[in-house]
Every structure is written in structure tokens, then in C-alpha cells.
Design a protein around this ligand. Structure first.
Ligand code: FE2
Length: 235
């Protein structure tokens, strides 16, 4: 039997807090009283298990109706690793995002930017045996969100990594390099540690770029440990 790997505590500032005053939505969401641990039951710790045969991947989001979505095609790809750098194979990864005009296909989004009948903004796939994933999608537009005067979200894609059970699901957002709105975004800046925050920004990548088709961006994800991706759900 090998020795267990010691738990690596999260360094202060490398994960966003529940209460980020500049991000108004956290006022209603964060707990106001001390947390009480609740024992997890078999429901939270043993499933559900998703199989590609039951949930065929939707990794190409650019033509859900057979007609091309509007906007710039991009490839977003990367590897998911655990806190020891080991790839996480065959796990569900989901993304959701605004369309090229900065509008979500959702009843709550009444921004007057146009919807695209050929783009839902939702995709899901499974990592391969080496923990790699790859989406073909449309570069999302920036959008206003009324958090403060003249508030605009930088272009971003929401990510969920499910893992083996409900209790392990992690959620975050991926950003694009060089976006001038990053400096003003309370959600991005909710992660105080500069180095950790940079892990939320994808990297333009020639290897992923396909000539005459799509620019490629790499977004590698680390589930836990000192090099963890900042998560909205991990504290
Ligand atoms: Fe968003």
C-alpha cells in the first residue's frame, strides 16, 4: 500500500470568496451564518454516472440546426488534471455562453442584442483517456449586466466539470487573452491572487488553430490543490 498523498490546502486569495461586495449577486447568495457540515449521503457521493453512449457529445456548437451560427468560429481545448497533475479521463464537461452578439438563449436575458436561431450556446462532451477535451463554438460577445454603472462582462464561457458525483461538480468561467474589460470585472477580480486569476484566461494557441477555419484557445483546468483553477464552488 502506498502512502496517502497529503492534502494540499488552498492558498489564501486563490479562490473567489462567497461574499464579494463588488459583485452584487453574491449579497443574496452567500451564507450569512456559520456553515454546518452536513454528512453526504449515497445520493451525493455515488452518481450520477454519465456515459457517452447515453449522452452523445455536443462538442460542435456552431451548427446545431444544420445552418451555421453567426460569429467567429473558435476552438476551445485543454486538459483536465487533478491536484497531482494526473489527467482526469472520461468525465463530463459542459459549457454555456452568450452568442456572438452577447445574448443568452434564456428567458432571463432580455438584452436587446439579437438572438441567433442557429446557436444555443450550450455544449457538453467527455474528456478522452488522457483528460483532454475540445469544443468548436462561436466567440461569445461581451454583454451589459447592470451590476454597476456601465457594467459589461468581458467575453467568457461558463464551464462545469462534473466528476463522479453531484458532490464533485465544479463551475468556473473562462476568459480571453487581452480583453480590456477584465480589469473592470468584479467576477474575474473576485479571485484576489493575481497568479490564480490568470489561470482563468485562455491562451491563444497555434497548435489548436485550424487554417482558414478557427482560431484555437487552450484552457487547461486543474481541479484542486495549490495550482487549482479558481472555482465558483470550491472554498
Ligand atoms: Fe455569463
Amino acid at each position: 500500500m502506498t502512502d496517502p498523498v497529503p492534502f494540499r490546502p488552498i492558498s489564501p486569495g486563490t479562490q473567489p470568496p462567497y461574499d464579494a461586495p463588488a459583485y452584487l449577486g453574491t449579497i443574496k447568495r452567500h451564507p450569512k451564518q456559520k456553515l454546518h457540515p452536513m454528512p453526504q449521503t449515497i445520493t451525493e457521493t455515488t452518481g450520477p454516472t454519465f456515459l457517452a453512449s447515453q449522452f452523445p457529445p455536443l462538442a460542435d456548437m456552431t451548427m446545431p440546426t444544420g445552418k451555421p451560427a453567426l460569429g467567429e468560429r473558435i476552438i476551445v481545448a485543454g486538459t483536465i488534471t487533478d491536484e497531482n497533475g494526473r489527467p482526469v479521463p472520461h468525465t463530463v464537461i459542459e459549457i454555456w455562453q452568450a452568442n456572438a452578439a452577447g445574448r443568452y438563449l434564456h428567458a432571463n436575458d432580455q438584452h436587446n442584442a439579437p438572438l441567433d436561431p442557429n446557436f444555443t450556446g450550450c455544449g457538453h462532451t467527455f474528456t478522452d483517456g488522457d483528460g483532454r477535451y475540445r469544443f468548436l463554438t462561436i466567440r461569445p460577445g461581451e454583454y451589459p449586466w447592470r451590476n454597476h454603472y456601465n457594467a459589461w462582462r468581458p467575453a467568457h464561457i461558463h464551464f462545469s466539470v462534473f466528476g463522479p458525483a453531484f458532490a464533485t461538480r465544479l463551475v468556473t468561467q473562462m476568459y480571453f487573452p487581452g480583453d480590456p474589460l477584465l480589469a473592470y470585472d468584479p467576477i474575474f477580480n473576485g479571485t484576489a491572487d493575481e497568479k490564480a486569476r490568470q489561470r482563468l484566461i485562455s491562451v491563444f494557441d497555434w497548435e489548436t488553430t485550424i487554417p482558414e477555419q478557427s482560431l484555437g484557445y487552450k484552457f487547461d483546468i486543474t481541479l484542486a490543490g495549490r495550482e487549482a483553477t479558481p472555482w465558483e464552488t470550491l472554498k
